[in-house]
Design a protein around this ligand. Structure first.
Ligand code: UFG
Length: 340
């Protein structure tokens, strides 16, 4: 069975490709390499022994998307990762984010809408909840006004899919709302490779520990949490990747309750920034150079998932602990720098 993974050379995409291959799916990747390297293909084949088909094309061109689907009429599932993801950059350049994150989504759905039995998975985000009123966050929590154009593209993306599914019963879709993915594949063949200065906590932390950055800034220690730093739900990227396979199979086996469903994908446990730092220090048996600075604009105090729906309905549960996830991120960072 052929599955298209757009953005399949990226962090979550590449881990998902490997999980799909391990279940026997035939994978074709589309990636325009704007934020990922074709070298990732080597890492994928080193793990699975199989090199996926790869098309370096731009999904923002409607005619290219059309051509692609006529060339591969046998695609039965699409996992759509291709998108830009830097929150700060989206504030600076909102139109680029609306173009990058919404036009490919529309063009792909336009190709899928009249196909029989096609399954579509959308990379959504816990950012759609903003600061939720209740924790842990269930899928029924209200969607709050987005704090950035990036967050807005995830909200609008979900609405686009919902509306398309409303009028096309044969189109099946699932939006997965990720919490904070971290870590790398245990083989250290693939992992997170931020271009330039990382904006996310764990890559910034490991780059500081390896000596690439001078000091980690902890954004705010005056949050109303047990240690004053913000709380997130950090999920191992391999667990997250596996959730995509389970969600895909739910649709392929016609088990969905409705043709558009939404699931939170997290561990259910919240960890503060200081807890992440302490966990890292224990694993690496070293002290991390960090200092507290004022809060970062747009950050919420706390977000962690209620995972009951995913546990029960998908039969999926995150297996790795924070410690295991950070350990794998550290192993990956060490390998990357050795290579350099
Ligand atoms: N943080 C620091 N210092 C840093 C970076 C982050 O203290 O150098 C703090 C943040 O303030 C936050 C926590 O660490 O409290 C996590 O921050 P991240 O930037 O790693 O992740 P976010 O929770 O901000 O989530 C963002 C997007 C999500 C996206 C996620 C992963 O909002 O949609 O990054 O890309 F899924």
């Amino acid at each position: 069975m052929k599955i298209l993974v757009t953005g399949g050379l990226g962090f979550i995409g590449s881990h998902t490709v490997v999980e799909l291959q391990s279940k026997g799916y035939d994978v074709i990747i589309i990636d325009n390499c704007s934020n990922a390297s074709p070298e990732v293909l080597k890492g994928i084949s080193a793990i699975s022994g199989k090199t996926p088909e790869f098309e370096n094309i731009d999904l923002r061109e409607k005619s290219t998307v059309k051509e692609f689907f006529s060339k591969y009429p046998d695609i039965e599932g699409v996992i759509h990762f291709a998108a830009s993801k830097a929150v700060g950059e989206s504030v600076e350049n909102p139109l680029l984010y609306y173009e990058n994150n919404l036009t490919p989504l529309i063009y792909v759905l336009q190709e899928l809408q009249y196909k029989k039995n096609v399954a579509f998975i959308f990379s959504s985000s816990c950012t759609v909840y903003g600061q939720a009123d209740e924790l842990p966050i269930t899928e029924n929590a209200p969607i709050k006004p987005a704090k950035s154009p990036y967050g807005n593209t995830k909200q609008i993306g979900e609405e686009i899919i919902r509306d398309a599914c409303n009028v096309q019963p044969q189109l099946k879709a699932i939006a997965l709302r990720y919490f904070n993915p971290i870590g790398s594949h245990p083989s250290t063949e693939i992992g997170e490779q931020p271009t330039g200065i990382p904006v996310n906590l764990v890559p910034y932390l490991t780059q500081t520990a390896i000596g690439l950055r001078k000091q980690l800034s902890v954004f705010g220690n005056d949050y109303p949490t047990h240690d004053g730093t913000a709380i997130r739900d950090y999920i191992h990227v391999v667990d997250l990747a596996k959730a995509h396979v389970v969600a895909l199979e739910r649709m392929l086996k016609n088990n969905s309750d409705t043709n558009y469903e939404v699931f939170n994908i997290g561990t259910g446990t919240g960890s503060s920034v200081l807890e992440v730092i302490r966990t890292f220090e224990k694993i690496s048996e070293s002290k991390l150079n960090y200092k507290t600075v004022p809060r970062r604009k747009g950050d919420v105090t706390a977000a962690y998932a209620d995972t009951k729906k995913a546990n029960k309905v998908l039969g999926w549960k995150a297996e790795s602990s924070l410690k295991e996830a950070i350990k794998s991120a550290w192993k990956w960072e060490q390998k990357l720098r050795k290579k350099v």
